[in-house]
Unconditional design. Structure first.
Length: 786
């Protein structure tokens, strides 16, 4: 009822405003008002007000009447009421939404309008003369405003809202804000004034009516009890009064976790077993405490708080699984300690100080670790043994001893042996019972100073349990090598040498290892008085060879052998004799050697470089000449076999070469065997002119050789019966003989035809010299035909 009265009031106000505006416009525009102004030239300008009698119109939205809705009336002072003017409407919705009576100027709306779609329409009006169509006044613009009614309900910006709030929050903690909008006109009444209220979600949450802010309404909500809530919020226009339109939305609120719960071990004591052979880093077991919080609030760190095994074990936190991993830290020994006890704690990594009043955020548990006995291999007293022995040690003398024992409680006996892969020459041996190492062969430091062997210790009752230890044996030096000359010295002396002249400096080396070696040089005792030379010891491990007389004759004695005694200063003293070879040579007056009796010291005179180059050029020219001569001979054009049919030679060629011959190239030469029966008549080639006119001569009949004939027959029989031998009538490969031949194949494959079947007419083409042969074969064919 109130809405109806409001509607009538609005209509009445609109009509009154239109009447008042029309009367004012008509009253003020019934006469022409003139305003006078001057331009820059001083000329007076006149401005005339328009004669239109309207300003703007108002129209209620959502009209439900059956007739067109009346908007207003257009009128001009130029309209005398005689029907001579016509009103024209243009602009927004003209002709469609809005129509005008062209005679009266009445405007009507053809259908229901919605302010939320378009609140203002701008149109233009014009009055023209019906007869001439000329505007009587300029076109003018006016507006039609749509008055709002409460026809749109509030709508939230989201269909579903999602919010979070930490658990254990205080009352009034902000959760989120919802927003609803109303399409109605906010400047007109309360149609667009929205008020919020909560329909579902109490007593946990509340909403502010004006802002839509949702807050907590209950303190200390625990996520572990309930973590999700669904709240329904209503938005209602008209300030929430009765009759207003409303809309709702759903808000899903989730409580986020805070660290308000400490970790807890599911049991207070844990039992684990580990073998004593477990290496450091081996996993003993896992423990895990539970925390009903989640995420970073549930992260736990494990520590060893106390216990006698804190030095033997580590407790590591696995960040992925939140488990505590108990690891072996040091090597275990069942014989020393069989049981370890640990006190471990689980502590929250991230502690919230707001909830410390709830108690300590950690928990404790006890861990018992039992070490199990394992049959261990023997253990050597040292990880590495280094022994020293002199190289003159007697065979089978003890060098040193290694010891190993069974670490188990039973203390089983141990057997020692050598790894022969480390002592391939079997230089050492070991006592299997006590581990004493001795040399089985002589040692020589100069040959090998260090010996690296491996000793194996094995439990006698369990041979699988073995241990190995490296033993390094250093061979110490003794003075067992005499010094020697450092190199081979070949000394030369001039015939005119003077007494006391230094002709050579010598030095010595010793294979023994002496920190400061000192060598003594001297002549052997028997050569001290008879030698032509003497040895001068320089006291610095070198000595000089000095002449004792003037002049030497190489024709009498060209070579002197000088024995030098070299001894060391170690104990026992070792000495050796080195012999120097001194050659007497002829020298010039400046002391330069020219020649010796044994060899000439001056290089023989050779060819000069120029002579060698000349000889080389001659050889190259000769080779080029030979190559050119051979090339010219190859390029000489050969004479054709038959220049023409009239080119007749006076000899007949002896042609019995049929190519490469049979595959049996190892046959005997029949001519050499002198078997006249085996000589085959010479045959003439039919495709060329013979190069000789002489018939082949037969050799004299030799005496038959029965042995040769029997040999050939036996060979022939062997070849005929040999299944692997090539066929007798094998095809022969011939060289290129021209463009073709009229002769038949010479192979015996074509021997099935007789000579009478052959065509010898080509003999007539060879000229008069072969006429006899042509007549002989031709007559034979004639006789055969007759």
């Amino acid at each position: 009822m109130r809405t109806y009265y409001c509607f009538l009031l609005l209509v009445w106000v609109g009509q009154c405003q239109q009447i008042f505006t029309g009367s004012v416009v008509k009253r003020t525009r019934s006469r022409k008002e003139k305003g006078q102004v001057s331009d820059s030239n001083g000329k007076e300008l006149n401005r005339y007000k328009r004669s239109w009698m309207w300003n703007q119109f108002f129209l209620l939205e959502e009209y439900t009447g059956s007739d067109y809705q009346y908007v207003g009336k257009l009128h001009s002072d130029q309209d005398k009421g005689d029907g001579s003017l016509k009103y024209i409407l243009s602009g927004d919705g003209a002709g469609d939404l809005f129509i005008i009576n062209e005679n009266t100027g009445d405007i009507q709306a053809t259908r229901r309008l919605d302010r939320e779609e378009k609140p203002v329409y701008i149109l233009r009006a014009q009055a023209v003369n019906k007869r001439t169509g000329i505007p009587v006044e300029p076109e003018s613009e006016f507006i039609i405003k749509i008055h709002d009614i409460n026809d749109s309900e509030p709508k939230f910006t989201k269909e579903i809202y999602t919010g979070t709030v930490p658990e254990m929050s205080e009352v009034g903690t902000f959760v989120l804000q919802v927003t609803a909008t109303d399409a109605d006109d906010p400047t007109y009444g309360n149609s667009a004034r929205v008020v919020y209220s909560i329909l579902q979600g109490q007593p946990y949450f509340s909403v502010e009516s004006e802002s839509g802010v949702i807050k907590t309404a209950l303190p200390n909500m625990d996520r572990e009890n309930k973590d999700k809530y669904q709240v329904v919020i209503q938005a209602k226009d008209m300030g929430g009064q009765m009759g207003g339109l409303s809309g709702t939305t759903v808000v899903n609120i989730t409580l986020t976790d805070v660290n308000d719960n400490p970790p807890r071990f599911p049991q207070s004591t844990y039992q684990f077993k580990i073998a004593e052979s477990a290496p450091p880093g081996h996993l003993v077991g896992k423990i895990k405490a539970n925390d009903i919080d989640e995420g970073v609030n549930a992260e736990i760190t494990y520590h060893i708080a106390d216990g006698d095994g804190s030095d033997m074990f580590d407790l590591i936190t696995d960040k992925n699984t939140q488990e505590g991993l108990i690891m072996v830290k040091k090597a275990l020994d069942f014989e020393k300690k069989k049981l370890y006890t640990l006190k471990v704690e689980a502590v929250n990594t991230n502690v919230d100080p707001r909830f410390l009043y709830l108690g300590p955020f950690k928990d404790f548990a006890s861990i018992r670790i039992n070490v199990e006995d394992v049959d261990e291999p023997p253990v050597f007293s040292r990880p590495v043994y280094i022994l020293e022995v002199k190289e003159d040690v007697k065979i089978n003398s003890t060098i040193g001893t290694v010891t190993a024992q069974d670490p188990d409680v039973f203390k089983r006996p141990v057997r020692y042996s050598l790894d022969r892969h480390t002592d391939m020459d079997r230089i050492f041996n070991i006592d299997h019972g006590n581990g004493s190492i001795f040399a089985s062969k002589s040692l020589d430091r100069e040959t090998l100073q260090w010996h690296n062997i491996t000793v194996i210790a094995t439990e006698i009752e369990n041979p699988k349990d073995i241990s190995r230890v490296p033993v390094f044996i250093k061979v110490l030096d003794v003075n067992d090598n005499a010094p020697e000359l450092a190199m081979f010295y070949e000394t030369f002396i001039c015939e005119n040498a003077k007494a006391g002249q230094l002709i050579q400096t010598i030095s010595a080396v010793d294979k023994d290892d002496s920190p400061q070696p000192h060598f003594l040089f001297s002549l052997v005792p028997e050569a001290v008085t008879t030698s032509n030379f003497t040895v001068h010891d320089n006291k610095d491990n070198t000595a000089g060879i000095v002449t004792r007389r003037n002049g030497y004759n190489r024709h009498e004695i060209n070579t002197y052998l000088l024995p030098v005694l070299i001894s060391d200063s170690d104990y026992p003293i070792q000495s050796s004799t080195g012999t120097l070879t001194i050659r007497v040579c002829a020298c010039d007056r400046w002391g330069n050697m020219q020649s010796c009796h044994a060899e000439a010291l001056i290089h023989p005179t050779g060819l000069s470089t120029g002579a060698l180059i000349a000889i080389l050029l001659c050889i190259i020219i000769l080779l080029v000449t030979v190559v050119l001569f051979a090339a010219l001979r190859r390029q000489r054009k050969k004479e054709p076999l038959i220049v023409s049919k009239e080119d007749i030679r006076d000899n007949i060629v002896s042609y019995n070469d049929e190519g490469g011959g049979e595959e049996d190239t190892q046959a005997f030469d029949i001519g050499t065997l002198r078997n006249p029966e085996a000589i085959e008549d010479n045959k003439l080639r039919r495709d060329i002119v013979p190069e000789t006119l002489f018939l082949p001569r037969r050799t004299a009949t030799a005496r038959d050789n029965t042995d040769v004939r029997d040999f050939i027959n036996q060979r022939l029989k062997d070849n005929d019966t040999d299944p692997t031998a090539p066929p007798y009538d094998s095809l022969a490969t011939y060289a290129y003989e021209g463009n073709g031949s009229v002769a038949e194949s010479l192979s015996s494959l074509g021997s099935m035809t007789t000579e009478g079947d052959q065509d010898y007419d080509y003999l007539n083409d060879w000229g008069p010299r072969f006429r006899k042969l042509a007549d002989m074969y031709g007559s034979a064919e004639s006789d055969k035909d007759s």
